[in-house]
Structures are given as C-alpha cells and as structure tokens.
Design a protein around this ligand. Sequence first.
Ligand code: T3D
Length: 259
Amino acid sequence: MFEHILWSVEGGVARITLHRPAVFNAMNHLMRQEMLAALELCRKGDSIRAVYLTGTGRAFCAGQDLQEVVDPNGPALHDIIASGYNPIVRAIRHLDKPVVCAVNGVAAGAGANIALACDITVAAASASFTQAFSKIGLIPDSGGTWTLPRLVGLQRATALMMLSDKISAEEAAAMGMIWKVFPDESFPQESLRIAETLANMPTRALGMTKRALNRTFINDFNMQLALEDELQTQAGQTYDYQEGVAAFIEKRKPEFRGE
Ligand code: T3D
C-alpha cells in the first residue's frame, strides 16, 4: 500500500512505522506524502481510535533526507515545509484521536519535532534527540519553535535549538520533553500498550481533551473556561459518558465504544 511507511490497523490502533532504515528513516517527498495519506486514513477511519507512530531499525527519523535537498531536481525548501512538514504536524495536532509516538532510536531535525507534536511521546532507553537544524544552517521547523519551549521552557529550548546537542531519552524525560522512557527490551510492548489502552477509552472525550489542550497556551483563563464548558457539554452527550457513569454505579468495567 505504501513504499516508505508500514501501515496496519489492529484492535482500534493504527500503526504507522517510518520505514527507510538505510537512511535512518530520513523523510523524502514520497514519505511525507505517504505519512499525510496515513494520517488522513486515521482521521476518516471510524474503527481507528488511537495512532501509534514509530520507526524501523536504529532510528526513529533523521529528519529531512539531505540527499533530496542537494538534488537539483528535488523540491524547493518552501515546498518541503509548506506541503510536507507543516501539514504533517497540523494533521497530528488536529486529529481528534490520540497519537502515541514511540521513539525507538535517534530523532533528529524534523523527526524530533514531529515526535514532539504527538500527544504522548515515549522513548526507548537507547533513543536520543537532536534538533540538528543549526548544524546545517537552518532554523527548527515542523512546529518545533512552538512546541519545544512549551514543553521544556524557553531557556532549554533555546540551548537545544542553538547548540543541537544530542540528548538521551532519560534527559528528554527529565526535562519534560517526553512522557516516559522504557528499557529497550520491553519498549515495543510497553509503548504499544499505551496506544492500546487509549483505543479502549472514550475516544470522543480524548479528542475534545486534545482540542482544549491545543488552546491552553493561547487562550486566557476565561476563554479556556468557556471552551471547557462547550466541550464538556458535547462530551456529556456521548454514549461513552453514559456508559462510564452507568458502569461506575453498577460497579462493573465500562465498555467504551468511542461514540
Ligand atoms: O530543505 C530542508 O532541509 C528543509 C527541511 C528541514 C527539516 C530537517 O529535518 S533539517 C535536519 C535534517 N537532518 C539532519 O541534519 C540530521 C542528519 N543526520 C545526523 O545528524 C546523524 O545521521 C544522526 C544524528 C541522525 C545519526 O547519527 P549516527 O552517527 O548514529 O548515524 P550516521 O552514520 O550519521 O547515519 C546513518 C546513515 O543514515 C548514514 O548512511 P550511510 O553512511 O550508512 O550510508 C547517513 O548518511 C544516513 N542519514 C542520516 N541522516 C540522514 C541520512 N541520510 C539522508 N538524510 C539524513 N537526514
């Protein structure tokens, strides 16, 4: 179905695996377009209730394929951003379903910032992160200048972006850049379990939670209270809300349908 990504859906979880291991899953035009197509399938698929994004081999993603940018017939920088990375991170942030990013190895450049755009980002103990852009004379993109300061604060984001130091998964977790680190051996199972758990939760409420969080550093307090009111009213009309309350009262496990 796709050439540069692996795609499957099981138990309500769509798995997107970046798959160009020989170049550390660096992204070229085709991979960017395939990733967008996969995210669109996630948006449209009613049976998909969570997304799991990871990479094949030793890397999660080394960012932009630098062979593509030296190719005289390759896309212009503006096109790479405007029709590739920007739509990808927009699709992740605007997807009304949780996206778990499982950083299995090094995440560099756009690869790092796509990982940080996801809702819950976890990493294998041997994984690492580097902004990388400053080492080749570029500025951070893929929403990194928006996301990273919000995750770790301005001072750390500035140092990470200007120096492009490679930091370990443990360091990333310690500064709040990612949620958790798992040992390499159990990483695939433990990271996937997060997506599986989310896929059995009240999907519409999770999507609305994401919508509220998308506004949290933009809205003032009263605007956020009004947004919570609006979204809670919608959440209160879902099947899963009725089921959650009924299950609590009846002292049984809820069976959420994502409706
Ligand atoms: O036009 C634009 O550029 C706009 C878009 C910008 C978005 C961006 O993402 S810009 C940032 C681009 N990415 C980078 O600058 C990172 C470049 N890669 C690295 O710094 C290092 O490779 C890593 C830190 C990711 C990993 O280092 P290491 O030592 O573990 O591995 P390695 O030996 O450097 O790389 C392994 C292979 O992957 C190697 O191929 P080879 O020699 O075994 O045949 C290497 O060339 C290839 N590779 C790694 N990154 C890229 C890549 N090939 C193409 N593009 C890459 N980005």
